[in-house]
Design a protein around this ligand. Structure first.
Ligand SMILES: CC(C)(COP(=O)(O)OP(=O)(O)OC[C@H]1O[C@@H](n2cnc3c(N)ncnc32)[C@H](O)[C@@H]1OP(=O)(O)O)[C@@H](O)C(=O)NCCC(=O)NCCS
Length: 139
């Protein structure tokens, strides 16, 4: 890992770079408009939207949320050229630290069935599979 890797809150001028990062990380899905998702996050717990950068180059992102019951991590992505070097782990450690400070007792992660390879990444971090089916209602 580069010594000058830094995790900091998202700033509006990051938007275009974050969207490119999400595209490279395959985090863009039909039905999820990235601009809307960024706008919504900036209107709710904006201080929990994090960017990972090396010398001002954005290489990682992560949206953290706490709903008063569970913590959540979304849009976790590390630029493919920088993957498998510990940056994803560093991002999740940051989420854990922040959520602990908020007295959040548990963190939930949702993994798409098309992305099951990532399960080992979370298992390495101590996450355990939880026997639930995730459901959704569009509002
Ligand atoms: C998942 C992701 C954030 C991991 O970031 P990363 O910087 O590569 O992770 P790390 O280097 O910290 O990896 C830590 C460990 O997990 C493993 N790992 C990382 N990504 C993995 C993957 N996709 N599949 C299996 N194992 C993986 C690494 O091999 C490493 O294990 P090791 O230390 O025993 O070698 C990154 O692969 C990514 O951006 N993927 C695309 C977007 C995505 O799927 N996001 C998660 C949505 S739920």
């Amino acid at each position: 890992m580069e010594k000058n890797f830094k995790i900091r809150p998202y700033k509006e001028e990051d938007r275009v770079h974050v969207k490119i990062l999400w595209e490279k990380c395959n985090l863009l899905f039909p039905g999820n408009d990235p601009d809307t998702d960024i706008d919504l996050k900036m209107s709710f717990q904006p201080n929990l939207f994090f960017i990972g950068e090396i010398s001002s180059k954005i290489i990682a992102s992560m949206m953290v949320g706490y709903d008063g019951h569970r913590g959540w991590i979304n849009y976790l992505g590390v630029h493919p050229s920088f993957q498998k070097s510990g940056y994803g782990t560093a991002m999740v450690h940051k989420a854990i630290e922040i959520l602990r400070e908020l007295n959040c007792p548990k963190i939930n992660i949702q993994v798409r069935k098309t992305n099951l390879g990532v399960i080992n990444f979370y298992k390495n971090l101590g996450f355990k599979e939880h026997e639930v089916i995730s459901m959704q209602l569009k509002l």
